[in-house]
Design a protein. Structure first.
Length: 137
């Protein structure tokens, strides 16, 4: 069983420093930025594909359109669960003791950890789509 600290009652492993929280948050924003750049490329490719099909230049790629809608549906459901977990999963820590400040730091650290974990499946999907669609010129 992990040793508890006197200040907050949290294990030493779980206590977060402000530098650690800053680095976790910075890493989260960098990962989100990379994912957004990749998502923009995927969206651009798919819009061009749909536009060419609408003009009659190429046949509709039913497999790609189906994949796009399935991904949107799965992402929406996954995001709802991930946000629920990141926002509310760490809340009981806040009320574990009357200390407050150390517990609030632990809550923020846990929320950043959950958000980073929630972002990983989307980043993987964007990266895979980006690679696949680059080959479909």
């Amino acid at each position: 069983m992990p040793r508890k600290t006197r200040r907050s009652g949290l294990s030493r492993k779980r206590r977060a420093s402000s530098a650690g929280i800053f680095m976790r948050g910075f890493s989260l924003w960098m990962d989100a930025g990379q994912m957004m750049l990749g998502a923009g490329e995927v969206i651009n490719h798919r819009i061009n594909m749909l536009a060419k099909s609408a003009r009659g230049e190429t046949p509709y790629d039913i497999a790609e359109i189906t994949r796009m809608w399935q991904e949107k549906f799965a992402a929406g459901i996954g995001l709802a669960f991930a946000l629920n977990r990141s926002g509310f999963g760490a809340m009981p820590i806040l009320f574990a003791s009357p200390k407050g400040a150390a517990d609030a730091t632990a809550v923020l650290d846990a929320q950043l950890e959950h958000l980073a974990a929630a972002l990983k499946p989307y980043a993987r999907a964007v990266k895979a789509n980006r690679r696949r669609l680059r080959g479909k010129k």
